[in-house]
Design a protein around this ligand. Structure first.
Ligand code: PEP
Ligand code: MN
Length: 333
């Protein structure tokens, strides 16, 4: 249930109302906008007398919310969430261009790619250190050493870094990471989500291979319900009957999510398509439909990449992509 307060509600009226609601064993989330204050009531609202609540002087309107996600719900929090990290803002009109290799492979590789994508206008560096591979015999990532190399690349370029966590037992290694990624395969690892909810790190939460938009939002809710509201959602393609592409990019999810939630939404056309020649067109489409950011895999030598070379762009290709993405963003403003 949400209660929208009148714009002239005084702080003491709000305080009084909140303590009255809390006495009914409800959690009250207060969202203070420039114009209105919205109270989100979480818990068993069946005992709340809606008519009584509506009749109060400071209350403008009251609505029952049927969606099971509360904290991620735009109805509770009408304004876009802006996640700020290392001087970069994501959401609410601020755009993240995240680029870098699928995996960190060596110091030279990550620094070369980081410098190239920075020069082309990327504002966040990606790179996998812990890799969730389908085969246990495939390259599993450089793990802790990979995170150290990402930090060196951050030092060399000033770009904040995002990298994937697979197991909460490694959390200490992520202490200096700017954004922690939860990959598609762990989107419903609820214990992992709950523990990340206890941190204050921004979390890039990727949609699971076969998960609905509502399931993605419920996973965001797991993180937020533990106190961490710095969640960035990522559409990275879902599994369908189609085999022409690695996954099927669900771009309508961007608009559906923007309607349902205040959280920023970024698009990963690399994992969605699996093919380098499809990445740029889908990145343009993502920019055109209003995504808050794009994540692109870039490798200095894709044919020798230890992971996902087929979908990796060269720095030159990324440069051309980013120029066009920025033009599309200007065109749709
Ligand atoms: C990744 O971004 O490195 C990755 C493994 O992506 P996903 O979880 O979307 O497959
Ligand atoms: Mn990859």
């Amino acid at each position: 249930m949400i209660a929208i307060l009148k714009h002239d509600a005084t702080p003491s009226q709000v305080e009084h109302l909140v303590s009255w609601l809390k006495n009914m064993n409800l959690d009250v989330h207060i969202s203070q906008g420039a114009e209105v204050t919205v109270l989100g009531l979480v818990g068993d609202t069946s005992r709340v007398d809606m008519d009584l609540l509506k009749s109060l002087d400071m209350v403008d309107s009251v609505k029952r919310v049927s969606e099971p996600f509360k904290q991620a719900n735009r109805k509770f929090h009408p304004l876009d969430t802006v996640v700020e990290v290392g001087g970069v803002k994501i959401g609410g009109g601020h755009f993240a261009m995240i680029a870098g290799p699928c995996s960190v492979e060596s110091e030279d590789q990550i620094i070369e790619v980081a410098q190239a994508v920075k020069a082309s206008g990327a504002n966040i560096l990606r790179g996998g250190a812990f890799k969730p591979r389908t085969s246990p015999y495939a390259f599993q990532g450089m793990k802790g050493e990979g995170i150290q190399l990402l930090m060196k690349a951050r030092e060399a370029t000033g770009l904040p870094i995002v990298t994937e966590i697979m197991n909460i037992s490694t959390l200490d290694l992520f202490a200096d990471v700017d954004i922690i990624q939860v990959g598609a395969r762990n989107m419903q690892n609820f214990d992992l989500l709950k523990e990340l909810g206890k941190t204050n790190k921004p979390i890039l939460l990727k949609r699971g291979l076969a998960n609905t938009i509502q399931e993605l939002l419920m996973s965001a809710e797991y993180i937020m319900s533990e106190g961490n509201d710095r969640v960035i959602l990522c559409e990275r393609g879902i599994r369908t009957f189609e085999t022409a592409t690695r996954n099927t990019l669900d771009l309508s999810a961007v608009t559906v999510l923007h309607n349902l939630t205040h959280l920023p939404v970024v698009v990963d056309p690399s994992h969605a398509t699996g093919k380098a020649n499809l990445v740029a067109p889908m990145a343009y489409a993502a920019a055109a439909c209003g995504a808050d950011g794009i994540m692109i895999e870039v490798h200095n030598n894709p044919s020798c990449a230890l992971c996902d070379g087929a979908q990796s762009l060269t720095p030159v290709q990324f440069d051309a992509l980013n120029k066009k993405v920025q033009k599309i963003r200007e065109a749709i403003l």
